[in-house]
Design a protein around this ligand. Sequence first.
Ligand code: RIB
Length: 308
Amino acid sequence: MQPRILVVGSLNMDLRLSLERMPAPGETCFGRSYAYIPGGKGANQAVAAARLGGQVAFCGRRGEDSNGEILEEGLRREGIDTACLKRDAASQTGLAVIPVEKNGQNRIVVLSGANMQVNREDVEAALRQPYDAVITQLEIPLETVFALHEMTQERGIPLCIDAGPAMPLELERLAGAFLISPNETETAAITGIQVTDDASALEAAGRIRARSHAAYVVLKLGARGTLVYSREGGRFYDAYPVRPVDTTAAGDAFTAALILRYLACGHMGEAAAYANAVGALTVMKEGAQPSLPAAAEAEAFYAARREA
Ligand code: RIB
């Protein structure tokens, strides 16, 4: 049986700029190339979950414009149910501008547009269907995320909150969530703790768990791997070393893989090891959705790296 996943979140057209290096303030420099690529944290998570074997529905908002058409059609081609992707005549479809330097390091500016219209009623409508898990992030209004939390709690559905992009978060309003997963920058925005080593990662994860009482706090630590923190304490899972081409969407792919694997095996540590493999594969290709691996590729990479 395929796990049934609902993603409530953003979709953006990504304008990806390929650069030698970022210009200094006030400087003009030449880039190498640019491309329009489907992205948005929510849509990336939905596509990742579908490619990794989930039966996925997407709840969000798009404008009545060509970017919205292209993005919705892309989700449909992945087999994602878009019945709860609403059109918003008054807003543009979300856009993200992503300059990427030659070492794969990116910076992202998001123009949210219709994503900021996703509301409680949209979530209520989407939750009329049954799901094994729900994934969300912070590129939609926080009030909608809090409402989603309440509604999934009432229905007993595990909610996975990818805490990106970085912002302060009232963790007390997510009390008892199943999973909260920030990266290092997001962890600093939530806790004020700069994660520089194992001790600071453990301290930050412990603080997030103490305030939220989430069943799991999973810190995404980039090249250092992952920290899974639960009531049993914390355990680190190493990243798989690869040469990054573009880190865009690696965190989104990680979150989708984490929950899918957890639903399959019931063990968050095993799920984190698999999700690290999916994240590693994602950074080896350019762009957001084109870089998300399919299940067969992920399984093969994971098996090979585990053996090694
Ligand atoms: O996480 C990567 C995503 O963040 C990009 O696809 C961009 O759209 C922004 O939402």
